[in-house]
Design a protein around this ligand. Structure first.
Ligand SMILES: *Cc1c(COP(=O)(O)O)cnc(C)c1O
Length: 492
């Protein structure tokens, strides 16, 4: 299957090439030439387990990957999740279900893609004949960095380097990264905020001279960010899997439409849901939930995307984002795959900070999406409410989603699945604060108190962190990141 750029000036012959390249040459994002329709195949997938379903979905796009090998890779990746189930569905009441995507190695939904991406990339490099060593560069606001480090650690022929803002991640997230194990990993703090960090990494990717130096050292760069189709593709699978689980447990009949509610940042997760819909999964509405950084809420309701606004640091930090990169892929579909128009809009965003879609396009959007946002106070209150009512602990991101769902009342008759993206223990200070009103600073003490309060076991990934050696304490200036990269690749 060919992959084309959303901006019209790049096309590659297969998924392997799209995955290894990450970003298209024209600055656009790679999308599959067409979406296979699986509507008549759903019944065949009912009996399968998660890894089998995932490898089936992946196989639809990754035609040049060997089917058996892809299946073993999925088995191996998803065996890293609690109970061998990467995406269990929990019933809260008659029409409300939680899809728990946080039972992987780093306790966030990013694990679902980042446990399998190393295989997709390594194999993709072999398929396309790449001989150089691959260096993955990541700028992270917290969860992606750790999930990528765990996924890529000790992978042959690949190195990974993660940059995080010295002043922009939670204590637990920082500790998770600094204690990372593996012989091919490096973690460096960049002084400043996430924008400084992300811009520094973008600069490295686009620095031709620097990339030539890397090539002389037999190294090429690649990305583990959700702009990479290899990150997006595995996420389509859990929408199918959740739907099939509801059919298998007789909650719905095959063909019934359901809703999904998605706490959204970079628009990768919810876009995968839209792709599932394009592939024939019976989805009624996709609910786009934001925190106070509500640029997407405004877009879905008014048709104008405008990033000229205040940026808020919230208690759901993985959604603190103004430029949702993957929205470009939705805009592309929305315009009936008009790459020229998509490019024009992206250029406009870059030069003026905004763009507007047509009334027709907005109407089409409203038929597929609903959007709202939730502020800090409501987020905390919702955590408390749901614990009282259902004995269920939401993390701060999932709480945003649940609150938005309640605010919209789309839940009346249609069965609705809320995607839960992180373990509450990853944001223990805020969750404890929501349940008790107390402001305890130490993240481990909070975790222990949460356990006493809720009897929900503390995940080992959290409890063992305290004892681990901190291997990475380097802090660099945002202009020194290239040097940090050179030091890393030259280290024997
Ligand atoms: C990354 C992340 C999100 C946002 O997902 P996108 O794909 O960027 O929309 C939401 N919640 C958590 C916990 C995350 O780590």
């Amino acid at each position: 299957m060919k992959f084309i750029s959303t901006r019209g000036n790049d096309v590659v012959n297969c998924s392997a090439e799209a995955i290894v390249k990450g970003l298209a040459n024209d600055g656009g994002l790679f999308v599959p030439e067409k979406f296979p329709n699986l509507q008549n195949k759903l019944a065949d997938l009912l009996e399968l387990d998660y890894a089998e379903r995932a490898s089936y979905i992946l196989g639809q796009f990754l035609e040049e990957y060997d089917t058996d090998e892809l299946f073993s890779a999925c088995k191996k990746a998803y065996a890293k999740f609690e109970n061998n189930d990467a995406a269990p569905v929990v019933k809260l009441d008659e029409n409300l279900f939680i899809l728990e995507l946080f039972h992987g190695p780093t306790l966030a939904f990013k694990d679902i893609a980042l446990t399998i991406l190393p295989y997709l990339l390594r194999k993709g490099a072999d398929i396309t004949g790449v001989k150089e060593e691959i260096l993955i560069l990541v700028a992270t606001s917290g969860d992606t960095g750790k999930a990528a480090l765990e996924g890529f650690k000790d992978q042959d022929g690949i190195k990974i380097m993660v940059f995080y803002p010295s002043e922009g991640v939670s204590d637990m997230q920082k500790l998770q990264m600094r204690t990372q194990e593996g012989s091919n990993v490096n973690v460096v703090a960049v002084s400043g905020n996430f924008d400084d960090c992300q811009n520094a990494v973008k600069r490295i990717f686009s620095n031709v001279e620097f990339n030539n130096i890397l090539k002389e050292n037999n190294v090429i760069l690649s990305s583990a960010n959700s702009i990479n189709f290899g990150r997006l593709c595995p996420q389509i699978a859990y929408y199918f899997s959740a739907y099939l689980d509801l059919v298998a447990s007789n909650e719905i009949t095959l063909g019934d439409k359901i809703n999904f509610v998605v706490p959204t940042g970079n628009f990768g997760n919810i876009l995968a849901g839209y792709y599932a819909k394009l592939m024939g999964l019976p989805i009624d509405k996709l609910v786009c939930a934001s925190n106070s950084n509500n640029v997407l809420t405004e877009f879905f309701n008014s048709g104008e995307y405008n990033i000229e606004r205040e940026f808020y640091k919230t208690i759901s930090p993985s959604m603190d984002i103004l430029i949702s990169s993957n929205l470009e892929r939705l805009i592309f579909e929305l315009s009936n795959r008009d790459a020229c128009l998509t490019k024009k809009r992206m250029d406009e965003l870059k030069s003026t900070g905004k763009y507007t879609i047509s009334t027709e396009e907005l109407k089409f959007l409203s038929n597929n999406f609903v959007a709202n946002y939730c502020d800090e106070e409501d987020c905390l209150e919702t955590i408390d409410e749901y614990f009282e009512e259902y004995g269920y602990i939401l993390d701060t991101h999932t709480s945003v989603a649940v609150n938005v769902l309640d605010s919209l009342g789309v839940n009346d008759k249609t069965k609705t699945v809320v995607l839960s993206t992180a373990s509450p223990y990853k944001f223990s200070q805020s969750v404890l604060n929501a349940l008790t009103g107390k402001n305890e600073k130490d993240a481990f003490k909070c975790a222990e108190k949460l356990y006493k309060l809720t009897a929900e076991p503390i995940p080992e990934q959290i409890s063992l962190l305290k004892e681990k050696e901190q291997r990475f304490n380097e802090v660099v200036d945002k202009l020194e990141t290239e040097n940090a990269v050179l030091n890393f690749i030259n280290k024997k």
